[in-house]
Design a protein around this ligand. Structure first.
Ligand SMILES: [Zn+2]
Length: 187
C-alpha cells in the first residue's frame, strides 16, 4: 500500500481532502517507507515547522491521535507534546490517550533523539529555562561536597540537564551541583 492509498486523499493529521499528499517522515525514523511516514496537506507541512506558533491549527490532533496508523499517532503526539506546556487542551489530549507498545517505543526514541523537547518544571509545575533563578524549597545534602544547601537559598543562572527533565545544575556555595527540579521553585 502506498501513502496515498492509505490516506485515501485525506490529510492524515487535519482531514483536509487533498488529492496529492506530501510524505512526511516521522522523527526519528530515517528510512523513507510508508510505515514511517504520514501523508499530510500543504498547510500541515508548513505548520509542522512552527507548531507552537500555529497552535490553533492543531486542534485536529484530538482526532488524529486515535488513528490506527502508528506513524500518524506518533506524529500527532510529538506536536501535542510541544504544545502542551502552553496549551492546556493539548495536555488534556495527551492525558487522555492510550498508546500501544509500538507507539510508546517510537515516542521514547524520539525523546532520546530530541532532548530539547524535554521540559523541566519546578515543584509548582512552572517551566524552567536556562538562566532562570530558582529557590530551594528544602535543605539538600550535597553528595560529595561537605555541606547542606539551605532551604530558601537562591540559585542563579541555572542550567538544564538536557537528557533528564528531573535535573538542573547550578552554583551553590561556589560549587556546581545537580539539583532535582522537585526541590526548587522559580523565583
Ligand atoms: Zn493537513
Amino acid at each position: 500500500m502506498n501513502l496515498n492509498e492509505r490516506a485515501n486523499e485525506i490529510c492524515e493529521l487535519c482531514s483536509q481532502t487533498m488529492p496529492k499528499l506530501k510524505a512526511h517522515l516521522v522523527s526519528p525514523k530515517t528510512v523513507e517507507i510508508v510505515d514511517n511516514q504520514v501523508g499530510i496537506c500543504e498547510l500541515c507541512a508548513t505548520n509542522l515547522d512552527q507548531p507552537v506558533d500555529t497552535a490553533h491549527h492543531w486542534r485536529c490532533l484530538g482526532d488524529s491521535i486515535w488513528s490506527p496508523t502508528t506513524a500518524v499517532q506518533v506524529q500527532s503526539y510529538q506536536v501535542l507534546d510541544q504544545l502542551a506546556p502552553t496549551q492546556q487542551w493539548a495536555q488534556d489530549i495527551i492525558d487522555g490517550i492510550y498508546l500501544d507498545e509500538d507507539a510508546s517505543a517510537w515516542i521514547e526514541s524520539w525523546r532520546v533523539a530530541n532532548p530539547a523537547h524535554i521540559i523541566h518544571k519546578d515543584s509548582n509545575g512552572n517551566i524552567l529555562h536556562a538562566g532562570d533563578t530558582v529557590t530551594l524549597i528544602k535543605d539538600l545534602d550535597v553528595k560529595g561536597a561537605n555541606f547542606t544547601a539551605k532551604r530558601g537559598q537562591a540559585v542563579r543562572n541555572i542550567r538544564l540537564v538536557l537528557d533528564n527533565a528531573e535535573q538542573i545544575e547550578g552554583k551553590v556555595n561556589d560549587q556546581h551541583i545537580v539539583i532535582l527540579t522537585q526541590y526548587v521553585k522559580k523565583s
